[in-house]
Design a protein around this ligand. Structure first.
Ligand code: IMP
Length: 431
């Protein structure tokens, strides 16, 4: 399919990087359309492990063109670091990385403000990644942001930067915190524009040309629908539209350009940062998922909370984002658990509900209603076909598919590239 979207259906960290890596091999372009360096997409190729925060995962595929769309917030420091680190490992991005001239820039003061705002929130801190995401999108929406195009033109830069900083200094003054020094930020960022220049393009035109020319384009979502600014667990969310709905705005391709929507879910649920998590398991099962699944944030190194598959969250994501098919990740992590639980509905004040309530307090009061399934002992790493899975694992996967209401077309059973079960024809009907 020419334009495919891969996006997370939970609270991020579903394993999108791995699927993007598989699909990137068959794509001409890989595109980031939202978020910024708060993402952490891990790809393992042979003995090599790559963690990318800002670059599209196609960067490590030779011959793939990579686009950072206008909806992304670009941290030049991270971008330069990733480009240089890949170059040091023999991967050259010259001529195959395009950064939108309309993308907003994460400045050093945005990162500082991210931390300051978290401090000011006190007990209500969101647990952000401290990558300056919220303040940069905040500047964008209140029309005081600095875009890549501004960085290229010193007079525009000098005009726009003080406007952004002025507003933040007003907040810092109220909190009796030291102000941001415009001159110091200027000094720190001098040279960014020239370093960026070779990559900067009107990516809207690049993408429209590619689309009209029938090129295969892969849209790489970051975070997940649970963190979506509209459909997530607000205010414990990130500041962008994480699902396919973010693509037209974040790239300039029209909505009808999208041909295929592939949602990514993990076989259990994780969350990092603050916010409600009804199926969180703080006991030995959750602990085991964390250990077996190496559940540590790729960006911040923070341990992720783990819990059971939340069907309410995932079903809502499938419905609101129009998912065509699902890739089920990390099924192998559940090996060794005697019993598996799947949340099918929530109970709030004695009433069963099957959509997440709007208010955080209500979501925190929701009690998950579980269906239980027998677990399996076997290591799943060698499974390459659905029938290689133990019968109990097959039953579990079928139950998730029924709950989601859309076909599971891929199952991952390990981090390495070859450890997955393709299900192009869907899950076989008989066991
Ligand atoms: P921010 O995106 O840094 O503003 O953080 C807002 C919330 O989103 C926090 O709870 C973060 O932990 C969470 N978050 C942001 N990016 C990711 C991600 O890539 N994976 C998982 N959680 C994320």
């Amino acid at each position: 399919m020419p334009v495919t979207c891969v996006f997370g259906m939970q609270w991020g960290d579903e394993g999108k990087g791995r699927i993007v890596d598989l699909l990137a091999a068959e794509s001409d372009l890989v595109v980031r359309y939202q978020g910024g360096a708060n993402a952490g997409h891990t790809v393992v190729v042979g003995e090599e492990r790559y963690v990318l925060h800002l670059l599209p995962s196609g960067a490590i595929q030779p011959g793939t063109t990579n686009v950072i769309g206008n909806g992304v917030v670009v941290d030049p420091e991270v971008l330069f670091h990733e480009v240089d680190s890949l170059a040091a490992r023999g991967i050259d991005l010259s001529g195959r990385l395009f950064v939108s001239d309309r993308a907003h820039v994460v400045m050093p003061h945005h990162k500082r403000m991210d931390e300051a705002l978290e401090k000011l929130r006190g007990d209500d801190a969101l647990g952000t990644t401290s990558r300056g995401i919220g303040p940069t999108y905040g500047d964008k929406v209140r029309r005081a942001g600095l875009r890549v195009a501004d960085l290229l033109e010193p007079s525009r830069y000098e005009d726009v930067l003080p406007k952004s900083i002025e507003a933040w200094n007003a907040i810092l003054a109220r909190a009796e915190m030291a102000p941001i020094d415009v001159g110091a930020v200027m000094d720190e960022t001098r040279g960014w524009g020239e370093r960026l220049r070779p990559f900067v393009a009107d990516t809207v035109a690049v993408l429209l040309d590619a689309w009209r020319g029938g090129k295969r384009i892969l849209m790489e979502g970051a975070q997940g629908v649970g963190l979506d600014v509209d459909h997530g667990t607000y205010p414990y969310v990130t500041s962008s539209t994480t699902g396919p709905a973010g693509i037209p705005a974040g790239t300039g391709l029209p909505p009808r350009a999208l041909d295929r929507i592939l949602g990514i879910v993990k076989a259990y649920t994780t969350r990092v940062g603050a916010g409600p998590f009804p199926t969180r398991d703080t006991g030995p099962s959750g602990q085991r998922m964390g250990e077996q699944g190496h559940e540590f944030g790729a960006t911040t190194g923070r341990p992720r909370d783990c819990g059971w598959f939340d069907g309410v969250l995932a079903k809502r994501a499938a419905a609101t984002q129009g998912v065509d098919a699902v890739a089920l990740m990390k099924l192998d992590v559940l090996s060794g658990l005697e019993e598996l639980k799947v949340c099918t509905t929530y109970e709030l004040d004695g009433t069963r509900i099957d959509a997440p309530p709007a208010w955080t307090g209500d979501l925190e009061a929701c009690v998950p209603v579980y269906e239980t399934f027998p677990g399996w002992e076997e290591d799943l790493g060698g499974a390459r076909q659905f029938h290689d899975l133990p019968a109990t694992a097959q039953t579990y996967v079928r139950a998730l598919q029924d709950l989601l209401g859309c076909p599971i077309e891929m199952i991952s059973v390990g981090a390495e590239r070859e450890r997955f079960i393709p299900l192009d024809e869907g899950i076989p009907v008989s066991v």
